[in-house]
Design a protein. Structure first.
Ligand code: GAL
Length: 428
């Protein structure tokens, strides 16, 4: 069944607005469901909370722990089925269209804000289209993350006798071997499915290039999913996995990031929310840590746009709070402070073009420069692992096959590629 129908069927028997009015106070209250719960992520979301509270609204925090947001999405679906969706929720990519098709999102509440604040002029069309349904904004984009990063502790590299960041997979393996020999964890990695697929998509990009990535992970082309390049990518993935933290099974991404920060591990492959943990630990980009594109992917940018959707609410008083959040989120001040805390870059074009002015560090400046260049060259591609490229059902198919493949010592890459295509086809 198409995911939209599946979602619609799940909520069709539910009364949409069963719960009563929000807590009464002067300006109204709004609940925000999100999964920003690591130390660094919390510091970032607290920026928004403070600004909204300063405006006189009550922020009801609906944080649901779990990196990548799978648990938050499950909670959100059951809330919708129960007729009790929050006023605002973190939802991303094509999933926004599926939710909007159910009629649960509010296409009216953001109309005036978007017009007054000139959102169409502030945002890249690709970004605006992601958060619009039938021409109306149903969500506000918050920030842009890049997935294909490699985070390095240079001090650990030095101790292991490695003199530079790897730029090819061969150099990556050589660095991994040296780190291992010197007694370090080469690659900090938490073996949760979304983290496995975060590594997988960077390896696919490295081996198959932008066109191959797009064909396989965005267009879901069967030939690309089963062809020799995918088999090669899966073979390399297995090799990358030999450097992963042996104690990383089921581990949260931020606990693994801490191992790199504390000098136990040398590297981590992770989106730039990883930087939020370095920032929280008072470490400086380019000095205490290095951010480089994952080997072989410096001409590409796998993007991930966080956004906050607005749900229809029975209590019309919630609209003012929803609008206040949306207005704040695209404001210059929030865009700057949030992304500095979160490790991301702003979503506003004017700010992306002038990052130095806002005090962004070297990693963020590189990200913005690459985002703009790759948008022109075609190297800007949506992340599969972070809900930007496919529906959640297709993403789930990738997650299952990739994680099983990484964990099965006898797994065969050609066989895994076939399984990938079959699972993806079934989920389409
Ligand atoms: C991503 C999300 C980021 C960050 C990360 C880890 O999917 O877009 O904002 O929170 O998960 O939880």
């Amino acid at each position: 069944m198409h995911p939209t129908l599946r979602l619609a069927a799940a909520i069709s028997f539910a009364s949409l607005f069963s719960l009563s009015a929000q807590a009464a106070d002067s300006k109204g209250s709004v609940e925000v469901v999100h999964w920003w719960t690591s130390g660094g992520e919390k510091a970032a979301v607290d920026v928004l909370k403070a600004q909204v509270e300063k405006d006189g609204f009550t922020w009801k925090d609906g944080a649901v722990a779990g990196g990548g947001g799978a648990t938050a999405m499950t909670v959100l679906k059951s809330r919708a089925v129960a007729g009790n969706p929050p006023g605002v929720a973190q939802i991303k990519g094509p999933d926004i269209q599926d939710w909007a098709a159910t009629g649960l999102l509010d296409p009216d509440v953001l109309k005036d804000v978007a017009k007054d604040e000139k959102w169409d002029g502030l945002l890249d069309k690709k970004v605006a289209d992601t958060v619009k349904y039938d021409g109306d904004y149903v969500a506000v984009p918050v920030n842009i993350h890049r997935i294909n990063w490699l985070w390095i502790n240079p001090e650990v590299f030095k101790k292991a006798g490695i003199d530079k960041a790897p730029t090819t997979l061969e150099e990556f393996y050589a660095a991994g071997d040296k780190l291992k020999a010197a007694g370090f964890i080469p690659l900090a990695h938490g073996g949760q499915p979304w983290q496995d697929s975060t590594v997988f998509e960077s390896v696919v990009l490295s081996v198959m290039g932008v066109e191959g990535y797009k064909k396989a992970l965005v267009e879901l082309d069967e030939k690309a999913l089963t062809g020799p390049e995918m088999v090669k990518a899966l073979t390399e993935l297995k090799k990358v996995a030999t450097y992963m933290d042996p104690d990383g099974k089921g581990q949260d991404w931020n606990l693994e990031a801490a191992k790199v920060i504390n000098g136990k591990a040398g590297m981590q492959i992770m989106g730039d929310w990883a930087k939020s943990e370095w920032t929280l630990a008072k470490k400086t980009a380019g000095k205490d840590y290095q951010c480089v594109a994952f080997p072989g992917t410096d001409k590409a940018f796998l993007y991930n746009i966080d956004s906050l959707v607005v749900f229809k609410q029975k209590d019309k008083g919630t609209a003012a709070g929803q609008q206040d959040i949306a207005r704040k989120v695209l404001g210059e001040d929030f865009q700057k402070v949030f992304s500095i805390n979160k490790g991301s870059i702003p979503v506003r074009n004017d700010m992306l073009a002038d990052m130095g002015k806002y005090g962004f560090d070297s990693c963020a400046q590189t990200a913005a420069k690459d985002f703009l260049a790759d948008a022109k060259s075609g190297g800007l591609q949506p992340s599969m692992a972070h809900n930007m490229a496919t529906t959640l059902a297709v993403q789930g198919a990738f997650f299952d096959v990739v994680t099983n493949y990484i964990n099965d010592p006898k797994a065969d890459p050609a066989d895994a590629a076939k399984k990938l295509a079959a699972a993806v086809n079934a989920a389409k």
